[in-house]
Structure formats: C-alpha cells, structure tokens
Design a protein around this ligand. Structure first.
Ligand code: PRP
Ligand code: MN
Ligand code: MG
Length: 189
C-alpha cells in the first residue's frame, strides 16, 4: 500500500469534523420531517455510517447499488443498477448520500430515476466533489469538500475495489493506474 498512496488530501479528523458539520445542517433542515437517507453502494458506506451516527433526528436508511466505473479510473457514463431500494419513496423526503461527485453522471441519472417515483423531495449529500470534472450540472445541497481533479482513494473510494477502508482521503500514485492501463491496453484513456 505505502507506495501506492501519493499524499493525504483530507485527514481523518478533518473528515470527521466535516461530517458532523453536515449532520448539524441536516438535523436543522429536516427537523420534524420523515427522512430516508439512501446510501449509494459501495462508495458511500463510510459516509453513511458516520453521517447516520452523527445525526440527531430519527432517519431510516436504505441502499442502492449502482456502478458506472467498473475497474477503470474514468466514468463510463453507463449506470448499472445492481440493487434497487427496498423502500417505496412516494411522498417521502429522500437524501441521497454519496462519497464523491466526479463527472456527475451517476447522480444525475440517479436523481432523475428517484424523482420519477414521486417522492416529497430529493436532495444530495456528498463528502467530496470535483468542480473541474463535472460534465452535467447537479444541484447539491450538502457538500463536504471541493477537491482538485485527481484520482482519490479511501473513505469508501476505491481503485479497482482496493483502498476503500482507508480512514482518510488520499491521492493515488500515478504509477498504480499507469501500470494497469499499460497491462490492459490503455483502457482508461
Ligand atoms: C463512484 C463514486 C460515485 C461515482 C461518481 O462509484 O462512488 O458513486 O463513481 O462518479 P461520477 O460523478 O463521475 O458518476 P463507482 O461507480 O466507482 O462504484 P462504487 O461506489 O461501487 O465504487
Ligand atoms: Mn459509487
Ligand atoms: Mg468505484
């Protein structure tokens, strides 16, 4: 692992403090309302777990599994639903929880999909956002950090399914994905 990590972008304490700050805003905004938080598997597991425990209002939790990246470093734009919600969201307040908004393709597709189910509201909470990578504009109510357009790992974020368990956000050393791209015939452009 050591040499695969280039540098720590956001440390564990800074990350946890930000999640608590976002939870405070969500508590205030949804006080007295019935809220369903929806985690987008697999990347959102850490944010969901920390955010849910930092919230003081009662919430229900559900999960959707979608994937647009496969094993590469770029979004394919093709969103596959691997697991749908267990809950009927008609008439309910929904807060989608994500680890990162990169191109925005995943969430733009997902929000459109959820709105077609007639919820009372749909908002987004994301730990990270890359303003320089966005391809479709998205209205995001809660953002942890805006970060530069680099490949980041940790706190749920993977490269080829690895590094999700790191408690901080780090950047991946280019040699890791350059090596894989060379091996796979330059699949990641
Ligand atoms: C990652 C990340 C977001 C999405 C963001 O998920 O967790 O869900 O990509 O990218 P976008 O804004 O360009 O669409 P991924 O598809 O890698 O699946 P995972 O959560 O299981 O890692
Ligand atoms: Mn994801
Ligand atoms: Mg991924």
């Amino acid at each position: 692992m050591g040499r695969d990590l280039e540098r720590i972008l956001i440390g564990e304490e800074e990350l946890q403090a930000k999640i608590k700050e976002l939870a405070g805003k969500i508590d205030a905004d949804y006080a007295g309302k019935d809220l369903l938080i929806v985690g987008v598997l697999k990347g959102a597991v850490m944010v969901m777990a920390d955010l849910a425990r930092a919230l003081r209002i009662p919430v229900e939790m559900d999960w959707m599994a979608v994937s647009s990246y496969g094993a590469g470093t770029r979004s394919s734009g093709v969103v596959r639903v691997l697991k749908d919600l267990d809950t009927d969201i008609a008439g309910r307040h929904v807060l989608v929880v994500e680890d990162i908004i990169d191109s925005g393709l995943t969430l733009s597709w997902l929000v459109h999909n959820l709105k077609s189910r007639n919820p009372a509201s749909v908002e987004i909470c994301t730990a990270l956002r890359k303003p320089d990578a966005i391809k479709v504009p998205i209205d995001v109510k809660y953002v942890g950090f805006d970060i530069p357009n680099e490949f980041v790992i940790g706190y749920g974020l993977d490269y080829a399914e690895r590094y999700r368990n790191l408690p901080f956000i780090g950047t991946l050393a280019p040699h890791v994905y350059q090596k894989d791209a060379a091996k796979d015939g330059d699949r990641s452009e």
